[in-house]
Design a protein around this ligand. Structure first.
Ligand code: PLP
Length: 452
């Protein structure tokens, strides 16, 4: 840090402050974690300076021998960990991984000469006429994904993301009574809509998904099943989600981030069978810039960690903790979407406390509890203010907190929710500063035996 301080002291200070903030607060954001020192350190080195467009052994740059080693080892660990035929570890993020996968499926499934021409060239060399031809060829392909308010992700065909512009999209949702995925309705929509790609996976659904059933539906309508396991990859890696709940044996193609429950560096990955491998490997330069070799090195380290017995134990504790947290909240009268959890996510409906998600999120933060607001099914407050709070246990489980502490955290969350009054707008609220200070003190006490 001294070297950073010598150049730009404000950045050194921000790094120190971030560590202090992460140490001091109850980090309950479901998509966050604490990567190991080995993973973090594998990123801070001279691999950062290397260009390596292409794939292992077929680079557009000289001097990539060490990058080849790093990328091969990361892919080897990913294949072994998830039991996949092929692993592509270059995507820089989850969005990138999905984009690589979408293009791979299009290339495999759609008879599209303009796409083939585009793939044979560097993306920078494509002219207006090439893009126009591509739009004509690909414009009416269909994608069916989980709706945003049921817990789906923007990249599953929604307007603010390129997927919503590339594909004609339709959504499936959850049963309004139970909040659970409605497979019969999903099947009916798939039969009628006949998507090219059926997307499984979610960002805010607190239950397991039956991927065997999704594959059955995909096969029935001739769709490619793409599962985005960004959120629950750690639970798959740790063998908590197995059989019908493990997407890898059932999906044609699987995408993931590496930094959520999987506890690696920020990044993405694509897993697939041999029939899609060649198309997936064209991710760079089709939609990705040069790979980030320092991040691939860190992915290799984190994937090696995820193959250990310790990680299996960790994955089980993530779910045990989420169940304890959900039980503690239910006992204290908090309403949960689907009435509980069987993964790492607990989704609170705070409308019963007279609050919007935005108000609850800010009040909890004031009391040292970091969460994020989230839409709930049929949310009357929309995606900005919302009526929900999403919490997750991967980060605090990494810190070593267990089920007893989760019950106490449920108590702290309930104290804040019941102590917060809605204000004059959907963003304003009133929380007695003494209550916030007491909860923050209790949170610090809970964290003290588990230093970061
Ligand atoms: N897919 C899912 C299911 C996610 O939840 C997320 C992140 O929130 C992403 C993809 C995107 O990941 P990234 O932020 O790394 O692009």
């Amino acid at each position: 840090l001294d070297a950073v301080r010598a150049v730009e002291p404000r950045i050194a200070q921000a790094i120190t402050d971030e560590l202090a903030a992460q140490r001091a607060s109850l980090k309950l954001i479901a998509s966050e974690n604490y990567a190991s020192p080995a993973t973090l350190l594998a990123m801070g080195n001279w691999f950062s300076d290397k260009y390596a467009e292409g794939t292992v052994g077929r680079r557009f740059y000289a001097g990539c021998e060490q990058v080849d080693t790093v990328e091969s080892i990361a892919a080897e660990h990913a294949r072994a960990l998830f039991g996949a035929d092929h692993a592509y570890v270059q995507p820089h993020s989850g969005i990138d991984a999905n984009l690589v996968a979408f293009w791979a499926v299009l290339a495999q499934r759609v008879e599209a000469p303009a796409l083939r021409r585009a793939q044979a060239r560097h993306v920078n060399d494509l002219g207006e006429a090439d893009w126009a031809a591509l739009r004509r060829e690909l414009g009416d392909q269909r994608m069916l994904g989980m709706s945003l308010d049921a817990g789906g992700h923007l990249t599953h065909g929604f307007r603010p993301n390129i997927s919503g512009k590339m594909f004609d999209q339709r959504s499936y949702g959850t049963d309004p009574e139970t909040g659970l995925l409605d497979y019969a309705a999903l099947r009916a929509t798939a039969r009628e809509f006949r998507p090219l790609i059926l997307v499984g996976g979610y960002s805010a659904y607190p239950r397991r998904v039956d991927f065997a059933k999704l594959r059955e539906i995909a096969d029935e309508v001739g769709a490619t099943l793409l599962v985005d396991m960004a959120h629950f990859a750690g639970l798959v890696a740790g063998k908590v989600l197995t059989g019908d709940f493990d997407p890898v044996p059932h999906a044609h193609i699987v995408t993931t981030t590496t930094h959520k429950s999987l506890r690696g560096p920020r990044g993405g990955m694509v897993l697939c069978g041999d029939e899609l491998a060649e198309h997936v490997d064209r991710g760079c330069p089709m939609v990705l810039g040069g790979p980030l070799p320092h991040v691939m090195a860190a992915k290799a380290v984190a994937l090696a960690e995820a193959r250990t017995a310790d990680f299996r134990d960790y994955a089980q504790r993530i779910v045990d903790n989420a169940v304890a947290l959900a039980d503690g909240l239910l006992r204290r009268g908090v309403r949960l979407v689907t009435g509980g959890t069987d993964n790492h996510i607990v989704l609170l409906d705070v409308s019963g406390h007279g609050l919007t998600g935005r108000q609850a999120e800010a009040a909890l933060l004031e009391a040292g509890i970091v969460t994020n607001r989230n839409a709930i099914p049929q949310d009357p407050n929309g995606a900005w203010y919302t009526s929900g709070i999403r919490i997750g246990t991967p980060a605090l489980t990494t810190r070593g907190l267990g089920t007893e502490e989760m019950d106490r955290i449920a108590g702290l969350i309930t104290t804040v929710l019941t102590g917060t009054q809605p204000g004059t707008s959907k963003a304003r609220y009133d929380l007695d500063p003494a209550v916030a200070a007491t909860v923050a003190g209790d949170a610090a006490e809970l964290l003290a035996p588990h230093p970061l």
